[in-house]
Unconditional design. Structure first.
Ligand code: BES
Ligand code: MN
Ligand code: ZN
Length: 485
């Protein structure tokens, strides 16, 4: 999908050359200054009760005399906030998907666009045009829409053009994350994730290194290795580096959980909905998507993605409850529950991250069901002992319409991890499960400025709309860009 600006013709909206014209109507009364043929259609529909200026309402008109576009769609967008725009544009695009329009021009009646509104528009259109088809060739076609333009004043065109390009990069990174996570576990293996990283490397000049089991053994990653040992699928420890700033600039490091399928291991999960554990590499996918977006924008920042990738399987060689493993940090861990595997692979990746002397490290993981209970599917769980870093991430999430919510890390929660046989157990009790998971990770971050994002509730949707969301790529890209110079 191509996004561009289109300076409004002298004849105004009726003169805009496009297959379909979408007129966004803000506020509770018809906009002032709307040109005659359009204003007449709108007023007529309002008086006949077929349209009201209430967020979410739409009206379709075909071949309006005096309007160049064959198709005209009106949509009420409430206060026209980026959030409201994103919601309504989803509906409008779902409609256009089935039609014959190849080009769409979008106008904000009686107002000028802001960069944030332009970004929301790109996000809405992109997310609603994505179709998963890799293993479903019968999926309906994505629609004919290929070009979307923002109708704007000449003075705003440069600013909005830049906003559209940035938004497009975010949308494409998000789509990559969705696509990777949607692929089933027999397609999206650790090897596949490594190939995706290598492909990104070729396309964008990233330095990509993939460590195998032997290399991880040399590094002493006993915790990561313990999770991987039950699977016949070879593990991959992926490191991808984007260098957009001076070598001396400390990098942002993102660590993504890459469990390509989580059966729970010997502490096996119930059968119901276990298929959704193919999404357990959503953190890894978001790291790849963020790298893609940041590299495509050529942002002036150094960014490193680290992805420990493996399956969590039961087998005769699998790690067992009660086994004690030694992490790369030297700390020992009693594996009380093999289904708490995410933290076991992340802890070694966090220790590995130290070598890059990072400015900050953010890990992203579909880590706990408890986080879904705490926050549902709207906000990602954010954990950090660092107030400034937490504030940056929260602000990035708000700006990206990909919100997070800060959770506590009081030392009292750490007690749940005590073990009689190792430096720590890998689980606390059921109480505060997302917090004790974060406290476990925190034990491996002594030398780092660190934050943890638990995306168990936000990385995918269940039910009829089952599928990956690509979150939190928008949050992460905003965060990384805010650190670029
Ligand atoms: N990948 C799961 C977390 C998960 C579960 C995400 C359900 C989304 C929905 C993780 O590896 C896991 O199994 N966590 C356990 C931890 C428990 C054993 C302490 C959980 O949340 O039940
Ligand atoms: Mn698990
Ligand atoms: Zn898991």
């Amino acid at each position: 999908m191509d996004f561009k600006t289109q300076v409004a013709a002298a004849a105004g909206l009726p003169g805009v050359a496009t297959d379909a014209l979408l007129v966004l109507v803000a506020g509770e009364t018809p906009p002032e200054g709307l040109e005659a043929p359009l204003a007449t259609v709108l007023a007529g529909a309002i008086s006949s009760g077929d349209f009201a200026c209430k967020a979410g309402q739409t009206l379709y008109a075909h071949h309006v005399p005096g309007v160049k576009a064959e198709r005209v769609l009106f949509a009420a967008v409430g206060d026209a906030s980026p959030k409201a725009l994103r919601k309504t544009l989803g509906l409008a695009v779902a409609y256009l998907k089935t039609g014959g329009a190849k080009s769409l021009a979008v106008a904000l009646a009686g107002a000028s666009w802001t960069a944030a509104q332009a970004e929301a528009l790109v996000a809405a259109i992109s997310e609603n045009s994505y179709v998963y088809r890799e293993t479903k060739p019968s999926a309906p076609p994505a629609g004919k829409l290929a070009v979307v333009s923002l109708v704007c004043a000449k003075a705003d065109a440069a600013m909005l053009g830049a906003a559209l390009q940035r938004a497009k990069a975010i949308a494409e990174g998000t789509a990559l994350a969705r696509e990777c996570a949607n692929r089933p576990g027999n397609h999206c293996t650790p090897t596949f994730l490594a190939q995706q990283a290598q492909k990104l490397g070729k396309e964008h000049g990233l330095k990509v290194e993939v460590l195998d089991r032997k290399a991880c053994e040399k590094l002493g990653m006993g915790s990561f290795l313990a999770v991987a040992q039950g699977s016949d699928e070879p593990l991959k420890f992926i490191v991808a580096r984007y260098e957009g700033a001076a070598k001396t600039a400390a990098p942002v490091v993102l660590v993504g959980k890459g469990i390509t399928f989580d059966t729970g291991g010997i502490s096996i999960k119930p059968a119901a909905e276990m298929d959704e554990m193919k999404f357990d590499m959503g953190g890894a996918a978001s790291v790849l998507g963020t790298l893609k977006a940041v590299a495509a924008m050529k942002a002036k920042v150094n960014l490193i993605g680290i992805i420990p990738a493996c399956e969590n399987m039961p087998s005769g060689r699998a790690v067992k409850p009660g086994d004690v493993v030694k992490s790369m940090s030297g700390q020992t861990i009693e594996v009380l529950n093999t289904d708490a595997e995410g933290r076991l692979i992340l802890c070694d990746a966090l220790t590995y991250a130290e070598r890059f002397k990072p400015a900050v490290v953010v890990d992203i993981a579909t880590l706990t069901g408890a986080c879904v209970i705490a926050l549902g599917h709207h906000r990602t769980g954010l954990f950090s002992p660092d107030d400034a870093l937490a504030a940056e991430l929260l602000a990035a999430g708000d700006a990206a319409l990909d919100p997070a919510w800060r959770m506590p890390l009081d030392e009292e929660y750490d007690e749940a991890l005590k073990s009689n046989f190792a430096d720590m157990g890998n689980v606390g009790g059921r109480a505060g499960g997302s917090i004790t998971a974060a406290k476990f990770l925190q034990r491996f971050t002594g030398k780092l400025r660190w934050a943890h994002l638990d995306i168990a509730g936000t990385a995918w949707k269940s039910g009829v709309a089952k599928g990956a969301t690509g979150r939190p790529v928008p949050l992460l890209v905003h965060f990384v860009l805010s650190r670029a110079r």
